[in-house]
Design a protein around this ligand. Structure first.
Ligand code: ADP
Length: 795
C-alpha cells in the first residue's frame, strides 16, 4: 500500500463526522511542525481502509464512534472474481495513469517512483492513490472516498485522469520552452492555472484563506505606510498568494505583512507641553533631586520653544533605586506621550536592536520596532534602561546599532533588518539610564548628556518614604492610614538598620513587607469584627462553622491581640519592626572594628552608590613581602605599593619601627593588607590615603579615630590628589554615622553639592599632603614633635 503525504489544514469545522459518514482510517506516521510563529502542523499518515460511522459514542474531548470497515475486505476474500470483472476498467485506468505519469519529467525521483508503483501495486489500489496525487478538488476527493464499490471508483476516477492529461497537454503547447519546470510543478503540486481551464472548482478552505489574504492586501493599501514599504508589501502579498500554505515561509510572510500593517507609520499622539504643569507634576512625583528636575525642565522648555529633537539625549546616571526610571515615566506623562522601557542589560547581539533578517527561522524585529508596535504611536518616550550594561559579542556590537538609532542625522531612516525598509524614528524621544558612565561605549557617551543622580541622604529618604513610598504601598495592599501608622523614627530605623543603599529600592521592599504583615492582622481583625454581627443575624450552619474555627485562636488572642479594632491603627514601633523584618541587618559596627591598630575606614565609589570600606593590615615575620587580598584591581595594588614606599621613606620622621625596632619597616617583616567585602572587585586610586593611614596605625601601634573616614589619591612624594564621587562617598559616610571626613584639598568645590543638613553633621578636613591626613586621622595628631626628638638624641 502506498504511503501518502496528506496535508490537512485543521479547520474549526467541528462536527465533520456528522456530515461525512465515510472516512479513511489511517496510521499517523509522523507529525512535524511548530507552534511558532503560528501553530502549523503537517501530519504524515498511511491510509489503511475506508470506514463508515455507525454510531457516535462521544464527542468530547475527541469524537469516538463505532465504525465499520468498508473496503479491503472483498480484496482478501474473492480477489479473483473482482479482478476478472473489473479487468477492462482497471486496464483502461492503468493506461491513462501511465500516460499521465509519462508526460511528467522522469528525472524527478518522485515521478520515477510513481511510475514503478503503477506496475507494482495491485490495480485496485490505484484509483485512491492517483486521486490523491492529481489535481482534484476536495469535493471530488470525497466523492471517490464515498465510492465504496471498486467499479464505481474506477469509473469516477478515469475522467479525472483524462482531465489532468488534457490540462497538461494544453500547458505543454503554450509553454514549450519552460516545459521542464512546469512538469516539476505539476508533479509536486499542480499549478492553479492548469486547473482553472478544465475545472473551475475551488477548495472551500483555500477560498477562505484567499479572503484573508485579500483582507490583508486591503489593509496594506489603506494603511499609511511609506511608499517604499508599500512597494515591498505589495510584492510580498503577491508572493503570498502563490505560496502553498504548508510552506513555513507562508506563515513568516504573513506575520511580516501583519506587522507592517500594525506599525504606527503615521500615527502619533499630540504633545501637550506646558512648563508650569510639568514642573508641578515633576515636583509632585519626586521629592528632592533638584538638579535633575531643573535640567529636565530646561530640556522640556527648549522643546516647547523649538519643536525639534536634535538636542542631545538625556542620560540619567546614578545608583539603582534613585528614581531614574520613574523620572523618565514622568517626562512621558508631562508630554502626554506613550512610555516604553527597553531594558538593555545584557544585550550583546546587535539584532536585539536591529532585528534578524527574515531569512532566519524564528527571525523577528528588534526591540525598537517591537516597542513601536506595542505603543502603537510613532512618537513615544523610549527609556533605554541600563546602557552601561550593553555587552559585546560575535553577533555584532549592539552599541553601534544603538548609535544609529540615536543619531538624529540617521534615525529618520532607521532600517530594521526584519522590516528591511526604513522607519522614521525622528519623532521618538529617547532617554537613557545607567549606573556608571565608565562602561558606556565612548561613541554612545558622546551622544548623550549625562545627568548625575546621586543617592539620597537619610532625611531625603524619610521624606520620600512618607510622601511617596508608604502611600503607594498602602494602596497596593488595600490598607488605609487608619489601619497602619509608621512613625518617622521607625522609617529611620529601617533606613539605618535594615538597608544600606543609595537609592530607596530595598526601603520600598521593606515597607512592602510591613504592609503585608499588617494586612494579615487587619484581615484577621475584620473577621473577628464581623463575627458578632453574623451571630445576631443567625445564619445557621455557616455561622457555627466560623465560631468553631475561631475557638482556637481566641485563647491566644487574649495575650497578643494586635488585631482587635481598638488597637487600630496598628503602630509600627521598633518591636513590631523586629517581629516583621527580623533582627537588624546592619548594626553600627564601626567603633567595634576600629578597636585595634591597623584598621582605617576608606570611602569607595561603586555604581551602586558610595560605600564605606574597612582597610585592615597586619604584619608578621617574613622577608619583606606585601600580600594584598580582597579582589583588587591593578591601580589599587599600585596604591598599596606607593603607600608602603612613602611610609618607609618617612619612617624615621614619624618614629615608625618594625617589630624588632628597626626603621626599615620591611626588614624581616611581611605585610598583609586586606579589603573586606571580597566579592566586589575594587579598583581606583582613591584608597591611597586610607592605606597609608592604616599602615601608619599598624607600625605606630596607635588607633585611628573611630569616626574618621577618608578618600584621596597619593603620590610618591606624599601629596594628596583629588578623586571623584565625593558626594556619594560623603553620603555613605553619613549613612554609616561617621563624623569627620578627610578629603583632598582640591575636592573642596564638590562639597557645595552636599545638602546643608548633611554638612552640618560632619567635619571636613581638606588635606593637600599626607602629613595633614595623618594628623587628622589620629587623636592629637600624628607628627612627632621635633623638640622631643632633639631632646631624645641629646640624651
Ligand atoms: P532607578 O530607575 O533609578 O533604578 P526607579 O525609578 O525604579 O529607580 O525607582 C525606584 C522606586 O523609588 C520607584 O518606585 C520610585 O517611584 C521611587 N523613587 C525614587 N526616587 C524617588 C523620589 N525622589 N521621589 C519619589 N519616589 C522616588
Amino acid at each position: 500500500s502506498g504511503t501518502q503525504n496528506v496535508q490537512w489544514k485543521v479547520t474549526n469545522n467541528v462536527k465533520i463526522w456528522s456530515v461525512f459518514r465515510i472516512g479513511t482510517a489511517a496510521l499517523a506516521v509522523q507529525v512535524v511542525g511548530s507552534n511558532w510563529p503560528k501553530p502549523h502542523y503537517t501530519l504524515l499518515v498511511t491510509g489503511l481502509c475506508r470506514f463508515q460511522i455507525l454510531q457516535l459514542l462521544k464527542e468530547k474531548p475527541y469524537p469516538v464512534a463505532e465504525v465499520e470497515q468498508l473496503d479491503r475486505l472483498e480484496q482478501f476474500t474473492n480477489q479473483h472474481k473482482s479482478e476478472e470483472e473489473l479487468g477492462e476498467l482497471s486496464e483502461q485506468f492503468y493506461k491513462y495513469a501511465v500516460q499521465l505519469v509519462e508526460m511528467l519529467d522522469m528525472s524527478v525521483p518522485a515521478v520515477a517512483k510513481l511510475r514503478r508503483l503503477l506496475d507494482n501495486l495491485p490495480r485496485e489500489a490505484l484509483p485512491d492513490i492517483l486521486t490523491s496525487i492529481i489535481r482534484t478538488s476536495n469535493q471530488e476527493k470525497l466523492q471517490i472516498l464515498d465510492a465504496v464499490r471498486l467499479e464505481e471508483r474506477f469509473k469516477m476516477t478515469i475522467p479525472l485522469l483524462v482531465r489532468q492529461i488534457e490540462g497538461l497537454k494544453l500547458l505543454q503547447k503554450t509553454r514549450k520552452p519552460k516545459q521542464d519546470d512546469d512538469k516539476r510543478v505539476v508533479a509536486i503540486r499542480p499549478n492553479r492555472r492548469i486547473n482553472h481551464i478544465p475545472s473551475a472548482t475551488e477548495d472551500e478552505e483555500e477560498e477562505e484563506d484567499h479572503d484573508d489574504v485579500v483582507m490583508l492586501e486591503k489593509k496594506i493599501r489603506t494603511s499609511s505606510m511609506s511608499e517604499q514599504a508599500l512597494k515591498v508589501c505589495l510584492k510580498e502579498i503577491k508572493r503570498l498568494k502563490k505560496m502553498p500554505q504548508s510552506m513555513p515561509e507562508y506563515a513568516l510572510t504573513r506575520n511580516y505583512l501583519e506587522l507592517m500593517v500594525e506599525l504606527p507609520w503615521n500615527k502619533s499622539t499630540k504633545d501637550r507641553l506646558e512648563i508650569r504643569a510639568a514642573r508641578i507634576l515633576l515636583d509632585n512625583d519626586h521629592y528632592a533631586m533638584e538638579k535633575l528636575k531643573k535640567r529636565v525642565l530646561e530640556y522640556l522648555a527648549v522643546r516647547q520653544l523649538k519643536n525639534n529633537l536634535k538636542g542631545p539625549i538625556l542620560c540619567f546616571v546614578g545608583p539603582p533605586g534613585v528614581g531614574k526610571t520613574s523620572v523618565g515615566r514622568s517626562i512621558a506623562k508631562t508630554l502626554g506621550r506613550e512610555f516604553h522601557r527597553i531594558a538593555l542589560g545584557g544585550v550583546c547581539d546587535q539584532s536585539d536592536i536591529r532585528g534578524h533578517r527574515r531569512t532566519y527561522v524564528g527571525s523577528m524585529p528588534g526591540r525598537i520596532i517591537n516597542g513601536l508596535k506595542t505603543v502603537g504611536v510613532n512618537n513615544p518616550v523610549f527609556l533605554l534602561d541600563e546602557v552601561d550594561k550593553l555587552g559585546k559579542s560575535l553577533q555584532g556590537d549592539p552599541a553601534a546599532a544603538l548609535l544609529e538609532v540615536l543619531d538624529p542625522e540617521q534615525n529618520h531612516s532607521f532600517t530594521d533588518h526584519y522590516l528591511n525598509v526604513a522607519f522614521d524614528l525622528s519623532q521618538v524621544l529617547f532617554i537613557a539610564t545607567a549606573n556608571t558612565t565608565a562602561t558606556i561605549p565612548p561613541a554612545l557617551l558622546d551622544r548623550m548628556e549625562i545627568i548625575q543622580v546621586p543617592g539620597y541622604t537619610q532625611e531625603e529618604k524619610i521624606e520620600i518614604a512618607h510622601r511617596h513610598l508608604i502611600p503607594k504601598q498602602l494602596e497596593q495592599h488595600g490598607l488605609t492610614p487608619q489601619q497602619i501608622q509608621i512613625p518617622q523614627v521607625t522609617t529611620l530605623d529601617i533606613i539605618t538598620r535594615y538597608t544600606r543603599e543609595a537609592g530607596v529600592r530595598s526601603l520600598d521592599r521593606k515597607l512592602g513587607a510591613i504592609c503585608r504583615a499588617v494586612a494579615v492582622k487587619v484581615a484577621e481583625g475584620q473577621h473577628k469584627e464581623t463575627k458578632p454581627d453574623r451571630a445576631d443575624v443567625g445564619e445557621g450552619e455557616d455561622c457555627k462553622e466560623h465560631v468553631s474555627e475561631d475557638a482556637k485562636p481566641e485563647s491566644i488572642s487574649d495575650t497578643a491581640d494586635l488585631a482587635l479594632p481598638p488597637e487600630m491603627p496598628i503602630l509600627i514601633d521598633f518591636h513590631a519592626l523586629k517581629d516583621i523584618l527580623g533582627p537588624p541587618m546592619y548594626e553600627m559596627e564601626v567603633s567595634e572594628r576600629l578597636s585595634q591598630p591597623g584598621v582605617a575606614i576608606g570611602l569607595a565609589w561603586t555604581p551602586l552608590g558610595g560605600e564605606i570600606m574597612f582597610v585592615e593590615a597586619s604584619r608578621m615575620d617574613g622577608e619583606g613581602q606585601l600580600t594584598l587580598t580582597g579582589q583588587l584591581g591593578d591601580v589599587m595594588k599600585e596604591s598599596a605599593h606607593l603607600a608602603i614606599s612613602w611610609l618607609r621613606s618617612n619612617a624615621k620622621r614619624y618614629q615608625l619601627t618594625n617589630a624588632s625596632g628597626s626603621f626599615d619597616l620591611l626588614d624581616n617583616t611581611d605585610i598583609h593588607l586586606h579589603f573586606p567585602a571580597g566579592a566586589v572587585t575594587k579598583d581606583g586610586p582613591s584608597a591611597g590615603v586610607t592605606i597609608v593611614t592604616c599602615l601608619a596605625s599598624l607600625f605606630s601601634g596607635r588607633l585611628v579615630c573611630s569616626d574618621v573616614a577618608m578618600t584621596g589619591e597619593i603620590t610618591l612624594r606624599g601629596l594628596v590628589l583629588p578623586v571623584g564621587g565625593i558626594k556619594d562617598k560623603v553620603l555613605a559616610a553619613h549613612r554609616a554615622g561617621l563624623k569627620r571626613i578627610i578629603i583632598p584639598q582640591r575636592n573642596e568645590k564638590d562639597l557645595e553639592e552636599i545638602a546643608a543638613n548633611v554638612r552640618k553633621d560632619l567635619t571636613f578636613v581638606l588635606a593637600s599632603c599626607l602629613d595633614e591626613v595623618l594628623n587628622a586621622a589620629f587623636d592629637g595628631g600624628f607628627a612627632v614633635k621635633p623638640r622631643v626628638e632633639r631632646l631624645n638624641s641629646k640624651l
